[in-house]
Design a protein around this ligand. Structure first.
Ligand code: ADP
Ligand code: C5P
Length: 244
């Protein structure tokens, strides 16, 4: 810009601009497709980097007393079930080098625990995981890499039944009713249409070691480019103009 305007003044970069931008990865896919498993595997392989996982579940709206009495009628798979504005505020802070407190969501009480928040520090890599994490364009725009975990519907249902009747101690009849009334339609209407935004589609989730190895290699390459900007301060100006 300075050159185009004929000015000799050098562009200045504030301390906030100088902050190294984290590499943001989005991981979407149907419920029980293996998103968390894939994220855990990526985090494990990136053991020498500072990586944080942010779950979309943490941003579920709290239910009103009335909604709580009729919880079987509540659609947890609709985009409106999430407080996306709060997610955006959290991401803004993390990207500007500030620590945040993220609520823990309790699937048994259907409540975010305001007292049991998890402190998340700014990191080199932020992984955003959730069924509808590609739904809002403002959240998508934050991502440097988008992964969709693609697992067959029967496998997802079988895992869900096992998980919800086991660790969540729910009644199997209610689990099946919720699946046909909300989970399956929302997958078809809201989750599957976001697959087109993915850079990488992983069939078979955590069983796909080849895909996970390739993803980790790519992240390492990109982090190397980030580090160049850290080593050579003059490159910060360039950093803001190339898309990672
Ligand atoms: P999501 O985060 O998409 O809901 P999870 O990774 O939590 O999915 O997996 C859902 C359930 O399926 C969990 O109980 C998990 O242990 C199980 N699971 C995930 N991946 C596999 C796999 N490859 N083989 C067997 N079980 C799996
Ligand atoms: O971890 P996972 O991606 O599977 O979580 C999303 C699923 O959790 C959704 O399909 C939603 O129906 C379910 N859910 C639930 N009860 C809640 C909140 C979410 O069954 N209180």
């Amino acid at each position: 810009l300075a050159q185009r305007n004929g000015s000799t003044e050098q562009p200045t970069t504030s301390a906030t601009d100088m902050h190294k931008q984290p590499f943001v990865i989005g991981v979407a896919g149907g419920a029980a497709s293996g998103k968390t498993t894939v994220c855990d595997m990526i985090i494990q392989q990136l053991h020498d980097q500072r990586v944080v996982l942010v779950n979309q579940d943490s941003f579920y709206h709290n239910l009103t007393e009335e909604e709580l009495t009729r919880v079987q009628d509540y659609n947890f798979d609709h985009p409106d079930a999430f407080d996306t504005e709060q997610l955006l505020r959290v991401m803004d802070k993390l990207r500007h080098g500030q620590a945040v407190d993220i609520p823990n969501y309790d699937f048994k009480s259907y409540k975010s625990d305001a007292f049991q928040k998890r402190r998340v520090n700014p990191s080199d890599v932020i992984i955003l995981e959730g069924i509808l994490i590609f739904h809002d364009p403002r959240v998508r725009e934050l991502m440097n890499m988008k992964i969709f975990v693609d697992t067959d519907a029967d496998v997802r249902l079988a895992r869900r039944i096992r998980r919800d009747t086991g660790e969540k101690a729910r009644d199997i009849g209610l689990v099946l009713d919720q699946y046909s009334k909300f989970v399956k339609p929302a997958f078809d209407d809201f989750i599957l249409p976001t697959k087109k935004y993915a850079d990488i589609i992983i069939p078979r989730g955590g069983d796909n070691h080849v895909a996970i190895d390739l993803i980790v290699q790519h992240i390492r390459t990109k982090l190397g480019q980030h580090d160049l900007c850290k080593i050579h301060p003059n490159l910060y100006v360039i950093q803001s103009t190339f898309q990672i």
